[in-house]
Design a protein around this ligand. Structure first.
Ligand SMILES: *[C@@H]1O[C@H](CO)[C@@H](O)[C@H](O)[C@H]1NC(C)=O
Ligand SMILES: *[C@@H]1O[C@H](CO)[C@@H](O)[C@H](O)[C@H]1NC(C)=O
Ligand SMILES: *[C@@H]1O[C@H](CO)[C@@H](O)[C@H](O)[C@H]1NC(C)=O
Ligand SMILES: *[C@@H]1O[C@H](CO)[C@@H](O)[C@H](O)[C@H]1NC(C)=O
Length: 447
């Protein structure tokens, strides 16, 4: 390799560096990255001032270029004045997270009203939703988590009509006005209200959001949800997180109003038993059910009717036995987690029957009545018999089962085989070509 071959490359590199320094609209310690060239030939920049010990928004050199991204997180900025960004244009994303911001001028973002889509203000000390002097016409994501807000007033989002994702989690919000979200009714897609001080009154307010898909209410002292009085149906909510909300009764009536609920998270609410509502659309829509740490003593009734249930999380409960038929109709079930339950494990006992049941479900013997003698026909020969003595199997801390169904099996006759080591038991059942392969993995941690 000849050194002189590198000289042109170095020259280009040097000119590039000085070029950047000359055009970067902000001085060190901030740095600039060129994002591209605009249609009018000007450049577009990403300005990075993260964790530079700044106490104010830096001053920017006037430039024809646009600053598309401005990263100001992890500084000590306490207020944003009206002219903070006045020399910039084309700002699309501003990250002001992890500062000490308590004041934002109403006109601070005026120049960016037609370009700003993402505004991150998490981990500051704001006590109110920022007020904007004019419509922020395309602002779609507003992060206000971990601030000091206590209330959301009526029409709080009057100037942000396109808001789609709103993060208000980890504040101290105890009241939300009935008209708080009126202006973003037709745009709001995700609302995170986790970890506030909300009671079940909030449900009423949320019934009027016809586009809302994702709703997080976990870690609020909701208490029991009234069984009536929440007007409209929850037409569009797909994911609902109600973990650790001090529910002691399953909100049967409420959930029967959901049209499209796909994921329901209820972990951390103590209710020894409950029935899942089998009225409404839940039986066909529910796919993921999270029921960790609820003090459950049995598999909730109604689960058998959830035709599209894919994932069932039941760890850290008090379930000792599993009904052989528990999952008879859950033909789409792929993952069941049962770790941290006092499952009884004798050779004929429930824990293992459950696994057989999972296996059996995927046999074409499904059309047999349950429980069925035909089960014997397919009894897995090397499992569980060989491992019945491994009492630790079900006493173990972790017992989880995942079934997966790859396309087809090359094997032509129903045979079963099992292998086991001290820590893993894997059962693979091969079926006729028309059927699927079922793999049940039992992960056992021995002490
Ligand atoms: C935060 O800002 C306030 C003034 O609004 C100031 O008194 C306080 O010292 C600042 N705290 C930090 C950690 O910078
Ligand atoms: C709740 O918010 C507080 C700050 O307001 C935070 O310290 C805590 O970690 C949050 N808890 C959860 C579970 O998010
Ligand atoms: C179920 O959803 C459909 C629309 O997908 C809706 O028309 C119907 O009213 C819903 N039923 C219930 C009981 O929510
Ligand atoms: C499975 O579904 C069938 C038909 O809907 C029903 O008759 C049967 O009781 C269900 N099984 C269980 C265990 O719920």
């Amino acid at each position: 390799m000849n050194l002189h071959h590198h000289i042109p490359a170095m020259a280009i590199l040097l000119s590039l560096v000085s070029h950047v320094a000359a055009d970067c609209p902000v001085r060190p310690p901030c740095t600039c990255d060129e994002l591209g060239t605009n249609s009018d030939g000007t450049k577009s920049w990403s300005v990075n001032c993260v964790n530079k010990g700044l106490t104010m928004v830096p001053t920017f050199d006037t430039t024809k270029d646009s600053v598309e991204e401005l990263l100001l997180g992890k500084n000590h900025i306490s207020s944003i004045s009206n002219d903070a960004f006045s020399t910039l244009k084309g700002l699309n994303f501003i990250d002001l997270s992890e500062n000490n911001i308590s004041y934002i001028g109403e006109k601070a973002f005026l120049g960016q009203k037609n370009s700003l889509e993402y505004l991150y203000l998490g981990k500051n000390v704001l006590t109110a939703i920022p007020v904007f002097a004019e419509d922020m016409s395309i602002l779609r994501e507003l992060v206000l988590s971990t601030n000091q807000m206590t209330t959301i007033p009526a029409n709080a989002f009057h100037k942000t009509p396109a808001l789609s994702k709103l993060y208000l989690n980890s504040n101290k919000i105890s009241t939300i006005d009935g008209a708080a979200f009126d202006d973003i009714q037709n745009s709001l897609d995700l609302l995170n209200l986790q970890n506030n001080s909300l009671t079940s009154n909030v449900i009423q307010v949320l019934a009027n959001l016809p586009k809302l898909r994702i709703l997080y209410l976990a870690y609020n002292p909701l208490g029991n949800i009234p069984q009536a009085g929440f007007g409209q149906a929850f037409q569009s909510i797909q994911d609902l997180n109600l973990e650790f909300t001090q529910l002691s009764e399953f909100p049967v009536v409420l959930l029967s109003r959901f049209w499209k609920l796909r994921t329901l998270m209820l972990s951390g609410n103590q209710m020894a038993s409950f029935d899942l509502p089998t009225v409404g659309n839940l039986t066909s829509t529910l796919q993921n059910l999270y029921l960790h740490n609820m003090g459950l003593t049995k598999i909730p009734k109604g689960i058998a009717q959830m035709k599209n249930l894919h994932r069932l999380e039941l760890s850290r409960n008090s379930i000792a036995t599993l009904d052989t038929c528990a999952f008879h109709n859950n033909t789409n079930l792929r993952t069941v987690s049962l770790s941290g339950n006092p499952l009884e494990c004798t050779c004929n006992a429930a824990g293992l029957r459950f696994l057989q049941n999972i296996l059996r479900k995927d046999f074409k013997g499904l059309d047999q009545p349950c429980p069925s003698e035909s089960l014997k026909e397919y009894t897995v020969t090397t499992f569980p018999i060989d491992h019945c003595d491994t009492r630790d199997l079900c006493n173990s801390k972790l017992l989880s089962s995942t079934t997966s169904m790859p396309t087809q099996s090359p094997s032509a006759s129903p045979v079963a085989s099992g292998t086991a080591t001290m820590s893993t038991v894997e059962v693979t059942t091969r079926l006729t070509p028309a059927m699927a392969v079922v793999t049940v993995m039992v992960v056992v941690s021995l002490r």
